[in-house]
Design a protein around this ligand. Structure first.
Ligand code: BGC
Length: 469
């Protein structure tokens, strides 16, 4: 029997069907607001200036740089023109001091890593292009909210996922990276800048070719977000953009929109808000923003579990026999990785030994079977809440785009560690989709969900390819 206080902690993460439906409708109206006008606290719904979707036939060698979460990656992607590709890449963990340091230092760091990659894999091409006007073409996958004014222009709205380089906010990130590359004499032209969700959508479209219609690219990793394609006439706020900006899209019909749904319902009109959610928000540099993301994504799930356990322990509702050292991870903010939830979910042993091992890593040396069961139930409840919230915004976007009226099969490309590694995450999403009025069991069957692995790398290259095709 799970102790009643623990059970109450678990229950607060439950999201009933009725709530799912409310979130769907609220999402649809918030999306419309975001498309109509830019306001600091509304969902950004960013026009990306990507006006084409790949067909699978794109060809050639393109570079891609990818700054998403804690890693920076540079790759070269050879698009074979038949939905396949080959890739070379190097990856670095961005040092924490860079993530919260100053902008010049940061862009210099990225330029130096880019140089390192070229010297390693493309020395000949680098030397070849050094004195030519024609530089190597690169797509920059930059996975933070950027107010874009062109395919390779855009100012940083705010940092997310723990980054906090204050003097970069409000500056053009594409120009800053290009300037740093130029200062190092690196013959690379940043031809395009895309969000990772856009990369995911492009990659999935390239890989499935004309076989299916990918309508959404969604990420659930360190952060969460989605991109979809909309008719340009529906993106009302484009009207307020400068004439020069508007010229770039003359004659175009559709554009990919980066929703930045991490910032859906920043004012918490509808999202659940437990005591622990409130505390987690206070620990983040982007306080009171990205409130949806803070309930669903990898950066936060482990911390939500840890904090809930800490509260239960101090209320003497769990681990009553355990001596937990004050300097252990159990008491330390952000110390519990979200892999905790995946490992706990996957533990099928009779004595829940992996749950025990995860707790021991956290600093709880000994646990009873009852306690391990309670921790597993709590961790599942937090994972399930994330999946159900994801289902409701996906359903909102499908409703908004009227996808079921347009296509027989509605395809969603996904990427990110939570969706990839949390066992049965897709099943949990699908179960919620069946409960939602706007989807239901019939339409849910018409949805395909496919992992678009490495959408950030391939998608970056594809976006550069599409600027030349
Ligand atoms: C960022 C998005 C990004 C998402 C997934 C969020 O924190 O704001 O731009 O797409 O994380 O990486």
């Amino acid at each position: 029997m799970i102790e009643s206080q623990v059970q109450a902690a678990i229950d607060q993460f439950e999201i009933k069907t009725e709530k799912l439906n409310e979130i769907v409708d609220f999402f649809v109206s918030e999306a419309a607001k975001g498309l109509a006008e830019d306001k600091p606290r509304t969902m950004p719904m960013i026009p990306t200036f990507v006006t084409k979707i790949p067909t699978g036939k794109e060809k050639g060698l393109f570079l891609a740089a990818d700054l998403g979460g804690s890693n920076f990656r540079v790759c070269s992607v050879h698009l074979n023109g038949d939905s396949t590709h080959t890739m070379k890449q190097m990856k670095w963990a961005v040092p924490h001091e860079m993530m919260v340091g100053n902008a010049d230092q940061f862009w210099k760091y990225l330029a130096e890593r880019t140089h390192e990659f070229l010297d390693n894999y493309h020395l000949e091409e680098k030397n070849d292009h050094k004195d030519k006007d024609q530089k190597l073409s690169m797509g920059f996958t930059f996975s933070f909210p950027v107010h874009q004014t062109g395919i390779n222009r855009g100012t940083l709205i705010r940092w997310t996922k723990g980054y906090d380089i204050k003097d970069a906010v409000g500056t053009d990130v594409c120009v800053a990276y290009q300037d740093a590359l130029d200062a190092h004499g690196i013959p690379v032209h940043v031809a395009s800048m895309v969000n990772d969700t856009v990369g995911c959508l492009l990659t999935r479209s390239y890989e499935t070719g004309s076989n299916s219609q990918t309508v959404i690219g969604a990420i659930l990793g360190t952060g969460s977000n989605a991109a979809y394609s909309d008719r340009i006439i529906r993106i009302l706020k484009l009207d307020q953009y400068s004439e020069e900006t508007k010229k770039q899209i003359e004659g175009k019909k559709v554009m990919i929109v980066n929703t930045e749904w991490g910032s859906f319902d920043n004012d918490l009109k509808i999202l659940p808000n437990t005591q622990v959610d409130k505390e987690v928000n206070l620990e983040t540099p982007n306080r009171d923003f990205h409130m949806f993301e803070k309930r669903v994504s990898g950066m936060f799930l482990g911390e939500i579990v840890r904090r809930t356990l800490e509260h239960l322990y101090s209320a003497k509702a769990i681990f009553t026999e355990a001596e937990i050292a004050k300097d252990s991870k159990f008491y330390s903010v952000w110390s519990n990785d979200s892999s905790f939830l995946s490992i706990v979910r996957a533990d099928a042993s009779n004595d829940l030994k992996d749950v025990g091992a995860q707790l021991a890593k956290l600093g709880v040396p000994q646990t009873t079977m009852e306690e391990r069961k309670a921790v597993a139930a709590l961790s599942h409840a937090i994972g399930l809440r994330s999946a159900r919230l994801m289902a409701s915004v996906l359903a909102g976007l499908l409703k908004k785009t009227r996808s079921f009226e347009k296509f027989d099969i509605v395809d969603i490309g996904v990427d990110g560690a939570v969706i990839e590694y949390y066992p049965h995450f897709e099943d949990m999403i699908r179960e919620a989709l069946r409960e939602i009025d706007a989807i239901g069991p019939e339409k849910e069957k018409r949805i395909t969900i496919g992992l678009s692995q490495d959408g950030s790398g391939i998608g970056g290259a594809l976006s550069a390819a599409m600027t030349t095709h």
